[in-house]
Ligand binder design. Structure first.
Ligand code: FAQ
Length: 329
């Protein structure tokens, strides 16, 4: 899965001297804050970078349904079940907006899904971890959707129009998701000692993988510099990760839960938290396909696609019939 799906061809960040006249004009539009639209001229590497990022993002949304799907039939109340179902359905919608945004760049949805199903395309590392208890539904909403929002709010202002506009609705919905997750954590934290322990256990397991969602450290991030120049990325991986830690620690304190990091401490001088070293070896293993659930996630996704073939065929047959009727009339 884990080979790069799209080679952008860029080995280093372009300077003004490396650019053609067209590229300089393109960069000037970006620097002036003008949105790039689907039919505008764009450098091939910009197009490929966007296809890479937007499609990985779309895949993450639809694979991201699977860990939560595990708990639909075991939600503790009817209300919790309806909320969880609505959230999972929202994630499918996010995938659809994002595939549509990627399609505006000249790639087909079939090609993108093929790359996912054949294991060539990446999706977020976070969805390769198991959901072992109901508290994981709380931790995912709170920490995973919480991190997704921090990463995606700046994307609402990114340079590519269709991506930035898709992100506006996605962020509104993610904000509901994060609150429902925190609400589950609040109920469990104020519940019996066993329930509180369940919430703590979920926090212990999801904390570090959530920090990994933001990607490698800035020093190791190969795509960041060029994506920042094109205003696809407005903040670096480490900046956003720090924002997540600073926002989440007081929320954990409010719940009476402990962040599983002995090195976590408030840094008065910087006005933010210092935190421990991330296990990058674990991150790279998950990206290589060796996370706890990589194989299961891909298998489930491919099966869902295969099982849905009759339905896609029926939709095409119906559309063909309607077209033939219209032509005859
Ligand atoms: N997992 O050079 P960078 C959600 C890859 S949506 C897997 O820093 P870049 C909603 C990266 O692709 C979550 N791979 O790369 C939800 C690159 O590989 P490549 C998804 C990762 O692109 C909630 C290589 O490492 N969100 O959660 C990861 O500049 C609950 C080097 O990295 C998005 O996709 C990772 N964590 O920055 C759904 C947001 N991190 O392609 C259901 C949009 C890095 O060169 C339930 N994406 N890699 O082979 C982004 O903002 C960026 O793509 C980053 C990575 C920040 C993820």
């Amino acid at each position: 899965m884990y080979a790069q799906m799209v080679e952008t061809g860029l080995k280093k960040v372009q300077t003004s001297d490396d650019m053609s006249a067209e590229e300089r004009e393109f960069q000037a539009r970006i620097d002036a804050g003008v949105k790039i639209e689907a039919k505008d001229w764009m450098p091939d590497a910009y197009r490929k970078t966007l296809i890479r990022q937007i499609s990985q993002h779309a895949h993450s949304e639809i694979v991201g349904q699977l860990p939560e799907g595990n708990w639909v039939t075991r939600a503790p109340t009817l209300k919790r079940k309806s909320i969880l179902l609505a959230k999972i359905q929202d994630e499918a919608g996010h995938g659809l907006y994002l595939y549509s945004a990627a399609e505006t760049l000249g790639v087909s949805r079939d090609e993108l899904l093929d790359a996912l199903h054949s294991g060539k395309a990446k999706y977020s590392s976070i969805f390769n971890y198991p959901t072992l208890s109901w508290a994981d539904m709380g931790a995912i909403g709170w920490l995973v959707d919480g991190s997704a929002i921090i990463n995606q709010i700046p994307l609402c202002r990114c340079s590519y129009g269709p991506y930035s506009r898709a992100m506006i609705r996605v962020c509104k919905e993610e904000s509901f998701h994060a609150r429902q997750g925190y609400d589950i954590m609040m109920a469990l934290s104020k519940g019996t000692p066993e329930q509180k322990q369940m919430a703590q256990d979920a926090l212990n397991r999801w904390w570090w993988p959530s920090l990994m969602m933001f990607g490698p450290s800035d020093a190791a991030s190969v795509n960041s510099a060029q994506s920042a120049q094109w205003r696809i990325k407005l903040f670096s991986n480490d900046e956003l990760r720090q924002r997540m830690v600073d926002q989440t620690v007081p929320q954990a304190e409010y719940l009476g839960l402990t962040i599983p990091d002995p090195d976590l401490k408030w840094n008065e001088e910087r006005g933010s938290y210092d935190f421990g070293e991330i296990d990058w070896e674990e991150f790279h293993q998950v990206l290589k396909g060796n996370g706890p659930c990589n194989k299961e996630r891909l298998r489930t996704r491919v099966k869902a696609w295969d099982d849905g073939e009759w339905f896609r065929d029926a939709l095409v047959a119906y559309a063909d019939k309607q077209q033939a009727k219209q032509a005859a009339a």
